[in-house]
Design a protein around this ligand. Structure first.
Ligand code: FDA
Length: 304
């Protein structure tokens, strides 16, 4: 995330009055449905089946983060296990994306690690993979360490790298030795200039440089996660020289026409598909990336 307006939106959304405005109004819930499949696993499965039929791969994200109790972390793990079982029983071409703070990272790291291992194990038994989202910088190192342990054990785990972080280049150099799918994204949180590029151009330059390193690696499967056409064109050029698998990834509801175009051009595209009732923090990041999305909310609210 970069840009003053986006940062303003993220700060504003921390306030409980703003949260209520979105979560307790029909306009807020309608806006969430642009980016979220629904609140239930059944709704997510229906959306995933449609996406598969349109030629897209899927990554199912059961929304939630920063849980503060073991029971909530265990419930999140169990929800994901149920999700993996549905992927297997319905034959959906999907993996799962998880946030480690939803599994307990930050207050019980051992529980988070055990839950991640349980998910990787179940994913392996249904023939799929687990992708770890990257959260705020306070969790970067712990997330990478958890990834390394579980990837070494199960071999079906991936992790995201945020191009806005200065440390991203060193992280990519470290990760390419591990294998797995490495998702390159720009980064969606408000990070200070001591650790992250503040200017869009710098983030973009770093994104392209990291894409080059990943695309040249024979150990990892690069996932280029962006809706930015210049970054996509750059990745297409790199992909033309690559013999091994790689894919594009985009968020559900963001630039659907571009998504269809890439599929019809023959590129593998995975759609990140969130579902669940804890959609508010996810929605605020989508608003911060493109504050114009607020217009949809304001128009719907004014019609009430
Ligand atoms: P940029 O923000 O420059 O957007 C390019 C264009 O895309 C915009 O001009 C606009 O047209 C469109 N666009 C972008 N965002 C939009 C939105 N919300 N609504 C409407 N249009 C929009 N981040 C993170 O920190 N950790 C993670 O694990 C992940 N995981 C992840 C997975 C996948 C599959 C994707 C695509 C993205 C992430 N992200 C993420 C989010 C990522 O870091 C970043 O915040 C967003 O992708 C927006 O950046 P772009 O690369 O799309 O470029």
């Amino acid at each position: 995330m970069s840009g003053g307006l986006g940062r303003f939106v993220l700060n504003l959304s921390d306030r409980s009055a703003t949260r209520k405005l979105f979560t307790q109004t029909s306009a807020g819930r309608k806006l969430s449905l642009r980016f979220v499949a629904g609140e239930t696993l059944d709704q997510a499965v229906t959306a995933a089946v449609h996406l598969n039929a349109s030629g897209a791969l899927v990554s199912l994200d059961h929304l939630g983060e920063h849980v503060a109790e073991a029971t909530a972390a265990e419930a999140a793990r169990d929800d994901y296990l149920a999700c993996l079982d549905r992927i297997g029983s319905e034959g959906i071409d999907a993996n799962i994306s998880v946030k480690l703070t939803q599994l307990g990272l930050g207050f019980d790291d051992r529980l988070a690690a055990e839950s991640l291992a349980a998910l990787a194990d179940r994913a392996r038994s249904v023939g799929t993979t687990v992708s770890i989202d990257m959260e705020e910088s306070a969790y970067t190192e712990a997330t990478l360490e958890a990834f390394e342990v579980v990837q070494d054990r199960f071999g079906n785990v991936g992790v995201a790298v945020q191009a806005y972080l200065y440390r991203a280049r060193a992280d990519v150099d470290r990760l390419v030795r591990r294998g797995g799918q490495i998702r390159l994204c720009k980064g969606a949180y408000a990070e200070p200039p001591e650790i992250a590029f503040a200017k869009k151009n710098d983030v973009n330059r770093n994104f392209d440089a990291l894409a080059r390193v990943l695309m040249r690696s024979s150990e990892v499967t690069p996932a280029i996660a962006t809706h930015d056409e210049e970054r996509i064109d750059h990745a297409r050029r790199l992909g033309g020289m690559r013999q091994r698998p790689w894919e594009f990834q985009m968020l559900y509801g963001v630039r659907p026409t571009l998504q269809r175009q890439l599929i019809s051009d023959g590129y593998p595209l995975r759609v990140y598909l969130p579902y669940g009732s804890a959609w508010y923090p996810y929605l605020t990041r989508r608003l911060a990336e493109r504050p114009a999305n607020l217009g949809f909310f304001l128009r719907a609210a004014s019609r009430r």
